[in-house]
Design a protein around this ligand. Structure first.
Ligand SMILES: [Zn+2]
Length: 156
C-alpha cells in the first residue's frame, strides 16, 4: 500500500493515512485524517502529496507567523518557505526568516515555538543565554516544545 512509502505522513501533529478511491477531482483531498487519492493518480502520489504540503504549509506558517509576531510585537523583514531538510527554520542577519514546508508535520504549538525561536533571533542572533531568556519570555515552556520538536517526523 502507498502508506509504506510515507513513514512520516504527519500533518499538524496528526498521522495521516492514504486511501485510494474511485476517480475524483481534485485527485488528492484531505478529509479528517486521511488523504483520499484518486486511483487514476496513484502513480503521482508523491508529487501530489509534496505539492499539497508545500501549498498548505505556506498558508499555515504565514498565518501563524502573522499571529505570533503581532501578539508579541516582534517584527521581521521578510519570510520565505523553503524545502530545507535539515533545519526547520532560520533567521538571516537582517531579519529575513526562512521556514521549511516540512515544519507542518509538527503540532501547531510546536510550529509556534519554531516561529518564536526565529523571531527571537531578530533580537539575539546567537544561542546565548540572553537568547534563551528572550525565547522563554514569549514561550515559557519552550524546553518541552524543543523536546517535542525532536520527535517530529517530517515528510521525507
Ligand atoms: Zn536558533
Amino acid at each position: 500500500m502507498p502508506q509504506s512509502n510515507f513513514p512520516g505522513l504527519f500533518y499538524l501533529g496528526q498521522k495521516m493515512a492514504v486511501r485510494i478511491v474511485g476517480p475524483q477531482y481534485p485527485p488528492l483531498q484531505l478529509i479528517d485524517n486521511s488523504f483520499y487519492l484518486s486511483r487514476t493518480h496513484v502513480y503521482k502520489l508523491r508529487v501530489l502529496i509534496t505539492g499539497w504540503y508545500r501549498s498548505e504549509s505556506k498558508k499555515v506558517i504565514l498565518e501563524r507567523l502573522k499571529a505570533v509576531s503581532s501578539k508579541f510585537g516582534l517584527s521581521y523583514r521578510s519570510v520565505k518557505i523553503t524545502g530545507a531538510k535539515t533545519r526547520w527554520g532560520s533567521c538571516g542577519r537582517k531579519g529575513n526568516l526562512n521556514f521549511s514546508w516540512r515544519l507542518v508535520a509538527a503540532p501547531p504549538e510546536v510550529i509556534d515555538y519554531v516561529i518564536i525561536h526565529e523571531l527571537a533571533h531578530t533580537l539575539e542572533p546567537n544561542h546565548s543565554r540572553k537568547f534563551w531568556q528572550t525565547v522563554a519570555r514569549f514561550c515559557p515552556d519552550y524546553k518541552e516544545k524543543r523536546v517535542r520538536l525532536k520527535t517530529v517526523i517530517p515528510l521525507a
